[in-house]
Structures are given as C-alpha cells and as structure tokens.
Ligand binder design. Structure first.
Ligand SMILES: NC(=O)c1ccc[n+]([C@@H]2O[C@H](COP(=O)([O-])OP(=O)(O)OC[C@H]3O[C@@H](n4cnc5c(N)ncnc54)[C@H](OP(=O)(O)O)[C@@H]3O)[C@@H](O)[C@H]2O)c1
Length: 332
C-alpha cells in the first residue's frame, strides 16, 4: 500500500516558507507483529510544531529532516495484527502529516465514547483543551471570582480557557486579532480587546478600560506586547500561567524581554511555565469534567478546517497569520 507524508528538508529561520514542506510517497512494508495500519481522517496542526522545526532540542526533540513529520491525528484502523485493535476502530495517535500511518498498537489510544464529533479529540477535548484546563486549574490555581485575562483568546486553547474562566464568576477579558474573533468573544459574554496595531502602553490602557480592577490570573499564549501590557494590569497576588509565546516563534534573533518585570515583585505575583504533557495522567479527570459539558453544548468550540493532505502545511502556516478561529484542522 502507498502512503503519502510531509517532510521538511531544512530547519527554517523566521517564518517557514511554503516550499519547505515536501510531499513524499512510500510503499508501506507488510504489517509486522503487533502493528496496526490506520487511514487518517483528521490531522492536527499546532504552534508547538514550529519549535520542532528549529533543529534544536527544547522540551521535545526536533523533527528529523526528510523523515515524516509528526503530530496528533485521528483515523480508522484498516488492518491490524494487534490483539486490542480491529478494522473499523477509531484511534488517536501522533503519526500525523500523512494519510496512512503504520504503528505499533501500544502507541494508539482508542477514542473515548462520548457524544461529540471525533475531531473534538484533537481540539476542545484533546491536547489544546487539556492545556486550557491544566493552565487554569493546576498552574494559575483559578479561584471563584478571579478576574482572568487570556491572550490568543479565540484559538484552540484560549477559547476553552475563557469559557472555563467565565464559569468561575469573575470578569474575563480575551485578547484577539480580527473583528470576527472579538465578536465571538463578546457573544460569549467575554470582554474583548484587540491587540492589532497597538503597543504595550495602548494595550494596557484598553485592558484597564475592560477590567479596571486588574487581573488575578493571566493565561499567556502570545508574549511580546501582550505580556508587557498584562504585567501592568496585575492585582496583588496574581498568577500568570505561561502556556505559549506564539508572537516569538518565528523570531530570527532573541528579542528583549518586557522592561516591566518589576511588576511581579510589586504585585507579589507568580509566573510559571508549563508543558501539558507533564500533566497527561490527569487527562481522564479533564475528560470527565469537561467532556459532558461539551457534549451537552454548554461549551462552545469552533473549528477552522482545511481540506486534503496537500493543504496541511498551509493550515500550519495560517496559525501564525491568525487565520483560524478555534482549532485548526485538516480533514482527509
Ligand atoms: N504549554 C503547552 O503545553 C501548550 C500546549 C498547547 C498550546 N500551547 C501554546 O498555546 C498557544 C495557543 O495555541 P493554540 O493551539 O490554541 O493555537 P491557536 O490559538 O488556535 O492559534 C494561534 C493563534 O495565535 C494568534 N497569533 C499568531 N501570531 C500572533 C502574534 N504574532 N501576536 C499575537 N497573536 C498571534 C492568532 O490569533 P489572533 O488572530 O488572535 O492573532 C492565531 O490564531 C500557543 O502559544 C501554543 O504554543 C502550549
């Protein structure tokens, strides 16, 4: 059987060019013992993949050049030599960026049985959703009545973070780019602030207007001016969950950090980074808590879908242009 996959031939500096991504074809070997063959139906593209294209080890190894790229995917088993899986089973795994995956059965996760579309397990009930829940509950120690600020607030992580924060009763403010994203936030009773064409001083002033008392929690997805503005608007004892710095992922040289870090001292605030995979043993707990609320429509989630394997690099690059609302996905 033939399989197609994307690979990169170089580690890019700055914004990766579209030509970096090459589509290859290979003939798959016969299934080995305990192996499973899967026809992928949905692929996830995520900002962290940019770090794996840097050529350096971060908390995870870089992608290998000219080898199939990796990422979360959902698919259907089409052939199995593993006792736990049979044809027709739906599974989640990390062999994305390709149409057919062939893997040892023990790295596959059967999809949970909930009344949600299967691709929800790549978004609101997958790694991004788990990230929102972990950042708020385990890193920022969200409490009743907290005022919460979230950047990249209409994205996969941010859109769940604002809704979970809203349920605790304080003022929730979301920072986002395009007008339709700000509207989506306002429809969900979240105060929306645009960061476009603003420096940190202007953004601070807009955050003050949106929530004059300041924030107990900042859920950081972006860095740069958003972080600097947020540091100006902390309440005493504030907690910052550092989830991501997407505005910096394509920087060619290291940039200077915000000049107002002294606010951490003045406000006796805590700032802590986290990687969701360190908390994965809590995934069943997250599913049990958030899954039914998604299934019942109490939590809203959006998807931006690109069609066909060929569009996978385009979907990935669009994350850095803010072209997605909610989870960015590729449907095969
Ligand atoms: N720590 C962890 O374990 C973990 C796990 C998952 C994700 N993350 C991080 O969480 C963040 C969000 O990830 P996601 O999967 O939910 O992505 P996402 O928010 O769905 O997509 C990325 C969004 O970031 C915004 N953005 C892109 N470039 C920007 C820039 N230069 N300045 C400001 N905003 C920019 C865009 O929204 P706008 O239109 O609003 O600009 C874009 O839609 C990322 O930083 C990611 O690396 C961390």
């Amino acid at each position: 059987m033939q399989a197609r996959y994307f690979a990169i031939r170089d580690y890019p500096r700055g914004m990766p060019p579209r030509e970096l991504f090459e589509l290859h074809s290979q003939t798959l070997p016969e299934l080995g013992e305990d192996e499973v063959r899967i026809r992928n139906t949905w692929l996830s593209v995520d900002p962290y993949m940019r770090g794996r294209m840097s050529g350096m080890r971060t908390y995870i190894a870089p992608f290998e050049l000219d080898a199939p790229l990796e990422g979360a995917a959902i698919g259907e088993v089409i052939e199995s030599r593993h006792s736990r899986f049979k044809s027709g089973d739906k599974v989640r795994h990390m062999a994305g960026w390709r149409d057919i995956a062939q893997l040892k059965g023990d790295v596959l996760e059967p999809l949970p049985d909930m009344e949600v579309p299967e691709q929800a397990y790549l978004g609101v009930l997958g790694m991004p959703g788990m990230t929102a829940w972990t950042g708020l509950n385990r890193i920022a120690n969200l409490r009743e009545g907290d005022n919460v600020l979230v950047s990249a607030a209409s994205g996969a992580v941010g859109s769940l973070a604002v809704q979970l924060a809203k349920a605790t009763g304080g003022t929730v403010v979301g920072i986002a780019g395009a007008a339709d994203k700000l509207e989506w936030l306002e429809e969900h009773d979240i105060r929306a602030v645009s960061y476009r064409n603003k420096d940190a001083r202007q953004l601070s002033a807009d955050l003050e207007e949106a929530c004059p008392e300041g924030f107990d929690v900042y859920f950081e997805n972006v860095g740069g001016a958003c972080l600097e503005a947020a540091l100006n608007r902390l309440k005493v004892g504030a907690r910052i969950a550092v989830c991501g710095f997407i505005s910096r992922y394509n920087d060619e040289a290291q940039q200077q950090g915000p000049g107002n870090l002294s606010n951490l001292l003045i406000k006796r605030a805590r700032m802590q980074g986290f990687i969701v995979f360190d908390h994965w043993t809590e995934y069943p707990h997250f599913l049990e808590e958030v899954g039914p609320r998604v299934a019942q429509g109490e939590i809203d989630y959006e998807e931006t879908i690109e069609e066909g394997l060929e569009r996978t690099p385009d979907a990935f690059l669009k994350l850095f242009e803010g072209a997605n609302r909610g989870k960015m996905l590729v449907r095969l």
